[in-house]
Design a protein around this ligand. Structure first.
Ligand SMILES: Cc1cc2nc3c(=O)[nH]c(=O)nc-3n(C[C@H](O)[C@H](O)[C@H](O)COP(=O)(O)O)c2cc1C
Length: 393
């Protein structure tokens, strides 16, 4: 059974969905499209070009990876948004998104992110100007329902809905909601019904069940984004395509996670090496839940990081020194989400508090040895939703 909404993509998440995560998600379950986390744009930054690390998919790796990528910017001054847009001509980025939802756009002033939503008239005027400057069908807007109260959404929506935007993505919460409570899908449906432009829902889509509910509540949507759900279940796009949760064996899960840490490590220490391997096709092909494919990728990545090809197996003592604390930290953040998509046996505090990468993987192998099922089902588990109420990462 296929997903009920035609276009489901990865939502932008600052500090999370940077290039190594996007690459890893492509390898896990091949999302069709993604949006970058926002690039902060000021008077002086970016200076002469967009930094290479922001979106190599649009430059060095243009056409190499199969997913579509929309760059997102955040700016306290709309003119700076336009200045940055000049570094990304339509040939590189047919769509550019402006972030009108970030609750705390540090250092950019109070008019950035959700700060744009204070006054519907000004919001409409700014977006209209940007849309006119960029040309029809080029500007995408990602917004919240308002600042304090969802009733603000009606005027905000009326101000932008007649504009020829590429798409309007609505995170169904106000700024004051943060990430708490349920996203208000009914409000997003009002936008989808009113608009002639594609309207995309963001908030609380976590798998096949929630997507079905969203499609029932908001039948006029063009698509949906999955944010925290991709970290709770990186195989979620496989689940949406097949209609059933993905099952993996333990060593596949362990090596997939190890690959995530290794990709983060390479991106920190040798980004050009990683780009070259992706460009040559050695890294980036889908592995899904196939052990042999993850094995091949682990061997490729351990050769690059450790200078010695190996993969993780029961009883294997792994060297820890080649992984930086940054890459290990990224793995632990992913784990903090992912454990809620796994059976309870994996929800061990000692694993979450592991001090080194070898400690982490050795514990994971032991936890899994105790796990009676041969195959591990990765999927949204409602009982762990409380872990994420209000969590921003
Ligand atoms: C850690 C984190 C970082 C985020 N960064 C961005 C961002 O850079 N740009 C943006 O438009 N939204 C950002 N968001 C909001 C998400 O894109 C999304 O709208 C929100 O998390 C609700 O969707 P979800 O329930 O699927 O996570 C971020 C959310 C989180 C949790």
């Amino acid at each position: 059974m296929s997903a009920p909404l035609s276009s489901i993509s990865v939502a932008p998440m600052e500090g999370m969905t940077t290039f190594p995560m996007r690459l890893w998600l492509q390898v896990c379950s091949e999302p069709e499209s993604m949006t970058t986390p926002f690039l902060r744009v000021t008077k002086v930054y970016p200076d002469r070009e967009i930094p290479m690390t922001f979106a190599p998919e649009l430059y060095e790796l243009r056409g190499v990876l199969p997913y579509g990528l929309t760059p997102q910017f955040i700016a306290g001054d709309p003119l700076q948004f336009l200045r940055a847009a000049e570094f990304m001509p339509p040939l590189l980025a047919p769509i550019l998104e402006i972030n009108c939802g970030c609750p705390s756009p540090n250092s950019l002033g109070k008019l950035a992110g959700s700060g744009m939503l204070h006054d519907a008239e000004t919001f409409g005027r700014v977006i209209e100007n940007l849309s006119r400057e960029l040309g029809p069908g080029r500007l995408a807007v990602k917004m919240r329902l308002g600042i304090e109260d969802p009733s603000e959404f009606e005027d905000l929506l009326a101000a932008v809905v007649p504009l020829p935007l590429a798409r309007l993505t609505v995170h169904g919460r106000t700024r004051d909601d943060g990430y708490r409570g349920k996203a208000r899908w009914e409000s997003i449906e009002i936008a989808a019904k009113a608009a002639n432009i594609p309207v995309v829902a963001s908030g609380d889509v976590l798998g096949i069940e929630s997507l079905k509910q969203l499609a029932e509540t908001a039948p006029h949507l063009s698509g949906a984004m999955i944010g925290r759900g991709v970290m709770r279940n990186p195989w979620v796009f496989e689940e949406l395509r097949s209609g059933v949760p993905t099952e993996l064996d333990l060593l596949t899960l362990v090596n997939a996670l190890f690959c995530y840490a290794l990709l983060q490590e390479l991106w920190q220490s040798h980004p050009l090496k990683l780009i070259a391997r992706v460009d040559s096709g050695r890294i980036g092909s889908p592995c899904r839940n196939n052990f042999a494919a993850w094995e091949k990728l682990t061997v490729e990545l351990t050769s690059l990081v450790y200078g010695l090809p190996f993969l993780l197996n029961r009883g294997f003592k792994m060297p820890s020194e080649a992984i930086s604390t940054v890459a290990f930290g990224r793995l632990k953040i992913l784990w903090a989400y992912l454990r809620s998509g796994l059976p309870e046996a994996f929800n061990l505090p000692s694993l979450t508090r592991a001090k080194s990468i070898s400690d982490f993987f050795n514990q994971l192998l032991i936890a899994a040895n105790d796990h009676p099922e041969e195959r591990i089902r990765v999927t949204h588990r409602e009982e762990w939703d409380k872990l994420f109420a209000g969590a921003r990462g």
